[in-house]
Ligand binder design. Structure first.
Ligand SMILES: [Zn+2]
Length: 299
């Protein structure tokens, strides 16, 4: 999965005092001119499209003030900062001078680049960049928010309102049938085009298990039992925390697909499961685990 970067490690401890050195890596995002659903990131892709390089502080020719950088996290002993969106003109100049380019985040996500810890760092930076960009002002009184001094939060100096990073809980569901050794695979109507599992966001006032049962009923019209936790995954590009569950179908096994959401939903036998092209997602790992191991009460 995207977060499996062992032996490397992402350290997310908040440190507002931290300042970039010449070697610190800088994430500079800008809005995409092509699509409202996309965003662009300043990077260099080397080795015939295989290696991702993220600009260093020293690549930015202009003399930027320290306030232009927000410390995000470290991977091992390498620090990553976010360039304030207000400095996008400087980022564009760096694009010209230092041979970097703004590329679409969707393109980056689908390119299978190395090193993986940089791709994971980019996913995580994207989540924080999105959050900083939508929390400029206080939603309660309209004053300009400030970065909190003690924790990763945006604080309103006028009314004290505090906003924490947005993390949306969502479930990924492997619906299995022991009798036929099958799992329900889906394809979404919009966006990602490869095989997926039933998935959905948790609603206010429901448990994750209730969310699983509701999403399965809504998307494919099945009743499930024996709902059991598998693993979780932070999915920064959608600000999600994904929680994976397997469950067993009971009663009528006929799929009644929600055509508004899905364009495909079928029972697929274990050997016929076609995985996603990249091993980033929890969904893919869950399809693979079932493909390899089959039904197991402990899965
Ligand atoms: Zn306020």
């Amino acid at each position: 999965m995207i977060q499996d970067i062992n032996p490397h490690r992402l350290y997310n401890q908040y440190d507002p005092e931290k300042r970039p050195s010449d070697d610190s890596r800088i994430f500079a995002f800008r809005d995409s001119s092509q699509s409202k659903r996309d965003i662009e990131l300043l990077v260099k892709i080397r080795d015939e499209g295989k290696t991702l390089d993220i600009p260093k502080r020293s690549d930015f020719a202009e003399d930027l003030s320290e306030a232009s950088f927000i410390y995000l996290f470290s991977v091992d002993d390498e620090s990553f900062f976010l360039l304030d969106k207000k400095e996008s003109a400087v980022a564009e100049k760096t694009e010209e001078n230092a041979d970097y380019s703004f590329i679409s985040f969707t393109e980056l996500r689908n390119a299978g680049l190395q090193p993986k810890e940089y791709v994971y760092a980019a996913f995580t930076a994207y989540q924080l960049a999105e959050w900083y960009s939508v929390t400029r002002y206080c939603g309660k009184c309209g004053a300009e928010n400030e970065n909190d001094k003690k924790e990763r939060a945006r604080t309103c100096p006028k009314c004290g309102n505090k906003i924490y990073p947005r993390i949306n809980p969502a479930v990924i569901i492997g619906i299995t049938d022991k009798e036929t050794d099958s799992i329900v695979l889906t394809k979404y109507r919009v966006g990602y085009g490869h095989n997926a599992l039933v998935a959905g966001f948790t609603e206010i006032g429901e448990t994750l298990e209730e969310c699983v049962a509701r999403e399965v009923m809504e998307e494919v019209g099945l009743t499930v039992t024996n709902i059991r936790y598998y693993k979780s995954q932070p999915w920064g590009i959608a600000s999600d925390i994904l929680v994976g569950f397997y469950c067993d179908v009971v009663g009528d096994k006929t799929i009644k697909m929600d055509k508004g959401e899905l364009k495909y939903a079928e029972w697929v036998k274990r050997p016929d499961i076609i995985l996603q092209p990249l091993e980033y997602s929890l969904t893919n790992e869950m399809m693979q685990t079932f493909k390899n191991n089959g039904y197991s009460g402990t899965l």
